[in-house]
Design a protein around this ligand. Structure first.
Ligand code: SF4
Length: 223
């Protein structure tokens, strides 16, 4: 039964990894939005460096970033790649949040889930993953963001359809788990992806969930 395997997988991952402390606290929605825009197609370390530079140079508020010079935002984001597009997007999004939503994302986040998601998706640079990250981490809404690790690992584990697109993977995972576990599952699948189920050369023989994984026999030659 897929449900049993899904539940056992979660139990093992919970015992294997320690969740980072900041995951459990509520995050600032605007900062989370900006970090997630910076993180698009960028390694975590470079995202952290770019956000660090940006927050040293500017107060991270819609008002400040909407009025910042684009060249100065670009300068901070250089390490993150696609920095020109990202700087433009951040400035545009900040302007819209400032003018249309009075500089506050909280009223959007207090809308019912689908409405809040639809509203966030209308902002420049906000795709499904960015919207879901903000909704899950800042408003505890019932959604599972599907980043590159969650996508790869859940498919290898047989928890999502192999050819599934973003929505298919998200819906498949959400159907298998209790909404109270969505945030933890999201983090744990990322940790599994980073530490064992790497894109190339997954460490199947050392993987804590290898007895539950239908892909082990296909991939463990590389171990
Ligand atoms: S057994 Fe291999 S393919 Fe399966 S989750 Fe672990 S590392 Fe990934």
């Amino acid at each position: 039964m897929a449900e049993n395997r899904a539940e056992k997988t979660l139990q093992i991952l919970r015992k294997t990894f320690t969740l980072p402390k900041r995951v459990t606290s509520n995050r600032n929605p605007f900062e989370t939005l900006i970090v997630t825009i910076i993180s698009q197609n960028t390694a975590d370390r470079n995202t952290a460096k770019a956000f660090g530079k940006l927050s040293k140079r500017f107060k991270i508020t819609p008002e400040v970033l909407a009025n910042a010079q684009i060249s100065q935002i670009e300068e901070c984001l250089k390490v993150a790649g696609l920095y020109r597009n990202k700087a433009k997007t951040i400035k545009q999004t900040s302007k819209i949040i400032l003018n249309k939503f009075l500089g506050d994302l909280k009223p959007i986040l207090s809308l019912p889930f689908e409405e809040a998601r639809k509203t966030l998706l209308q902002l420049p640079g906000v795709g499904p993953k960015t919207a879901d990250v903000v909704l899950l981490f800042c408003a505890q809404k019932p959604t599972i963001p599907v980043d590159t690790h969650v996508n790869r690992v859940s498919k290898r584990l047989g928890l999502a359809p192999i050819e599934g697109d973003y929505e298919a993977v998200r819906e498949s995972l959400q159907a298998l788990y209790n909404p109270k576990d969505y945030l933890m599952l999201h983090i744990l699948l990322i940790l599994l992806g980073r530490n064992y189920c790497k894109a190339n050369n997954p460490l199947c023989n050392q993987c804590p969930v290898n007895t539950l994984c239908p892909s082990k026999h296909i991939l463990d030659n590389n171990d």
